[in-house]
Write a protein of this length. Structure first.
Length: 266
């Protein structure tokens, strides 16, 4: 079983060879795709006149402030627009892709954060109303397993249900990590718009889970969440997490062969 997350950052710039790679892998191995799409959510929200706000947690993790309207837009764009564009791209070449969200069959459940601790502009801690984000609390793998057993390729958008069945924004990287862990995937691959984790202008090719945790405070927004999600995937039992570019030729083969990417394992 392999789980691949398509970063929203690279959806418009994926190397075309990836389609045939996915096709080939899907014929031989079980595979689940998860996607992001933060920029698309922001641009659609802006078009709808809903300005997006971002907050930073004391540990330096940035996230979208998701009020009720933003949660609606997030659900619409992720599950409606982005998910279907990916599914179309895959079925066009005969891949048995099926788009679902974390809502379908309770695949992703999360605990809603009713209060959030954030850092204000002066770097002081502040507590604010939580909105509609959550920490994933359980993954029901039954639908995903039924689909992959039937040789379908599920494409999952990162939306979870709260205790009270509200739609929650759960980050794509972390959704992919939890899905990979709960499916007991051997590998999780995060395809994004850069080669991997860069520190001091150098690509970090190998990292252990503990090193990843140590480096976290030094890593900029976007990549910090991927590194956090990678540690979560490893802690959930995934053997190897790879962060790599979706823009290069044969991106999945590059990731699998550890070419020009960041590999996190124990
Ligand atoms: N130390 C770092 N090394 C590499 N990239 C970094 C670093 N710090 C910040 N980044 C940024 O992280 C970005 C990748 O994360 P980003 O969230 O933008 O993309 P994504 O996760 O692929 O897309 P989405 O969040 O929509 O799914 C890179 O484009 C880069 O600008
Ligand atoms: Mg991201």
């Amino acid at each position: 079983m392999i789980v691949i997350k398509f970063g929203g950052s690279v959806l418009n710039a994926l190397h075309p060879s990836i389609i045939e790679e996915i096709h080939q892998i899907s014929l031989n191995e079980k595979m689940v795709l998860v996607h992001g799409g933060g920029n698309e959510v922001t641009s659609m929200a802006t078009r709808l006149g809903k300005e997006q706000k971002f907050i930073v947690s004391p540990s330096g993790i940035r996230s979208r402030y998701t009020d009720k309207e933003t949660a609606e837009i997030y659900t619409m764009v992720m599950s409606g627009k982005i998910n279907k564009i990916i599914v179309r791209m895959l079925v066009e070449v005969g891949i048995r892709a099926v788009g679902i969200s974390g809502i379908d069959n309770n695949t992703l459940r999360a605990k809603r954060k009713t209060k959030l601790t954030i850092l204000n502009e002066k770097g002081r801690k502040m507590i604010i109303e939580g909105g509609y984000t959550g920490k994933i609390s359980s993954v029901d793998t039954s639908l995903l397993n039924t689909l992959t057993d039937g040789r379908y390729v599920p494409v999952v958008s990162p939306i979870a249900l709260s205790e009270n069945y509200e739609f929650l924004n759960v980050d794509g990287d972390r959704a992919a990590a939890y899905i990979a862990g709960n499916l007991k995937a051997d590998k999780a691959i995060f395809l994004t718009n850069v080669n991997g984790l860069q520190l001091d202008d150098k690509l970090i090719e190998k990292l252990t889970c503990n090193q990843a945790k140590e480096y976290l405070p030094k890593i900029g927004f976007g990549m910090e969440k991927k590194i956090l999600a990678s540690t979560e995937a490893l802690m959930l039992g995934v053997k190897e997490v790879i962060i790599s570019s979706g823009k290069v030729s044969n991106p999945i083969a590059c990731a699998m062969n550890h070419v020009n990417c960041t590999v996190i394992s124990n």
